[in-house]
Design a protein around this ligand. Sequence first.
Ligand code: PBG
Length: 328
Amino acid sequence: MSQFPTIRHRRLRYNPVIRDMVRETELIKNDLIYPLFVVPGSNVKKEVKSMPGVYQLSIDKLVEECKEVKDLGIPAIILFGIPEHKDEKGSEAYDPNGIIQKALRALKADLKDLVLITDVCMCEYTSHGHCGLLAGEEILNDETVSLLAKEAVSHAEAGADMIAPSDMMDGRIAAIRKALDYKGFTKIPIMSYAAKYASGFYGPFRDAAESTPAFGDRRSHQMDIGNINEALREVEEDIKEGADIVMVKPAGAYLDVIREVKQRFAMPTAAYQVSGEYAMIKAAGANGWIDEERVMLEAATAIKRAGADMFLTYFAKDIARWIDKNRK
Ligand code: PBG
């Protein structure tokens, strides 16, 4: 027996070319979905304070931005709308002339094959900032589901290529599928925010979407942070109801959930690297406390390694640019 180890894991680590050859997880542009926020007006490009590099955009600026996104090779965006008027019933969510519907028509006119996904929820459109219709302080499930189905259909009519319900009401996938099919949108897929946790990581998003609840929080419908069995039941139910892609959200603190969902259901699986995950990396990077680019790539690689087939990230453009610069 030699005094030296036969197995030397380091053999494959010395030469950077060999290191690249044995790398198991690589980021590619087809992984990326870029979230964008659209606001009324024209010539508006307003940076979100807690999310440097992320902007609220008016439709004209959104179209410009999407051309850049497409030129970078990013296949899809997800759109969030900040309406002109908010009311108790979130009427602009399903108004054919609402902000999202107008944005979709403008994007479809100018950009042929960028995939347009829309977030379907009420919280950006209600005056109280909650995800549905209220009775007192309670969010009504079934009444809200009917409105979500209406919202989804109006997005499809305006040109959405995929619908992404993020509200966490029970039974909404089935209702949305039925409503889309009834109107002839049988080919429009649903990407369900299936396992969505009541997370503190959404803080900066609520600045961006101006959707902070006027009272209380979202714990009566979003999932408790300690639960994984429940996440699997949520995902299973959404698949039965007709979800085509299932999502776990947030991503970084829920890698175990991503892994389990992918292994158990073998479905196309998405993860959302949310606003707080982005803001933390940006803030620490700006302070020189971490190497922003390196940590960005590490966090993204981890999400993919855990099992996500695609992920929503505010870093999509930065990752695409990195791929352009670093891959032959
Ligand atoms: C709800 C919605 C939220 C996010 C995406 N869709 C906010 C919430 O549930 O409170 C959060 C995304 C992020 O933090 O980046 N419409």
